[in-house]
Design a protein around this ligand. Structure first.
Ligand SMILES: C[S@@+](CC[C@H](N)C(=O)[O-])C[C@H]1O[C@@H](n2cnc3c(N)ncnc32)[C@H](O)[C@@H]1O
Ligand SMILES: O=C(O)C(=O)C[C@]1(C(=O)O)C=C[C@@H](O)C=C1
Length: 251
């Protein structure tokens, strides 16, 4: 596959046939269907991506680094790229799935924009973070072990310049059981409306159970403050999917 040939985009039928339960992984079969899978699975994803460009444009600083942690195929990376007005910034996408990074390189090459993008196949828990103005975790923190989340967010906050920001999008859970049930039902209806069958929805749900650990909005808010951010705002919610903006005050 040459770098300028668009990768084949396939429809997500990964959970269409009855199969033994196994944990969800970001492997080559997921990477092949990922644009279709995430668009049909995450309510609001197609709104959040263009807003990442708008938010990046507001918080990016000249001469700084911008990070997309858990970049997958680069949808959020490219949104950041288009929001960066300074030619002396570095944009770095990090993902520990080799299959994702390999395909991401093609999407970056096809995107007509002068700002270089560095892609790293690394663990976001250990990747180097310095001199950051904007960092994005677009539906990635939910896959990090809960006890590793505060250390990661603290590293991000420590690396962020005064006036810089973190965009954090997550699937959340609710303390109130009634709300949890209602929002989960609405999310599953969204998947059904996008053509997923009951079997696909339930098989993916059990594959994600041990892997995607959602937390409440309050848990996210408190931890972002504990990590060193000064202000936390909810800027988007659709059912049990949200996006937050955590800001370090200007000096
Ligand atoms: C839901 S996807 C992110 C979607 C992407 N940000 C977007 O906007 O299209 C989560 C990604 O995080 C990556 N990931 C999960 N844990 C990681 C870790 N510890 N280090 C690096 N990447 C990780 C996965 O490989 C996967 O590609
Ligand atoms: O919660 C679900 O049911 C999902 O399918 C969500 C989700 C996500 O939020 O990342 C899980 C895995 C894929 O990356 C696409 C969507």
């Amino acid at each position: 596959m040459s770098k300028t040939t668009p990768p084949m985009q396939e429809t997500d039928r990964l959970f269409a046939q009855a199969q033994p339960r196994s944990d969800f992984r970001f492997d080559a079969s997921v990477a092949r269907v990922f644009p279709d899978m995430i668009r049909r699975s995450v309510p609001g994803y197609t709104t959040i991506i263009p807003m990442i460009e708008v938010i990046t444009d507001q918080y990016v600083q000249p001469g700084s680094h911008c990070y997309d942690l858990g970049c997958s195929l680069g949808a959020s990376t490219l949104a950041m790229r288009h929001g960066i007005r300074h030619d002396d910034c570095q944009l770095i996408g990090v993902d520990n799935s080799a299959a994702m990074i390999e395909r991401c390189e093609h999407y970056v090459a096809l995107d007509d924009h002068p700002l270089p993008v560095t892609l790293k196949c690394e663990d976001i828990l250990t990747t180097e973070l310095t001199n950051a103005s904007v960092t994005t975790l677009n539906f990635t923190l939910q896959f990090v072990a809960p006890d590793q989340r505060l250390p990661l967010l603290t590293r991000i906050a420590d690396a962020t310049r005064p006036g810089g920001a973190l965009i954090l999008s997550e699937k959340i859970r609710f303390d109130c059981q009634e709300e949890q049930d209602c929002q989960t039902r609405l999310h599953h209806e969204f998947k059904r409306a996008n053509g997923y069958s009951d079997l696909e929805i339930s098989q993916k749900r059990s594959a994600l159970e041990q892997v995607l650990i959602p937390e409440t909005l309050e848990e996210h808010r408190q931890r972002l403050l504990a990590a060193g951010f000064d202000q936390v705002m909810l800027w988007y919610q659709c059912f049990n999917f949200v996006s937050m903006l955590a800001i370090k005050s200007p000096e």
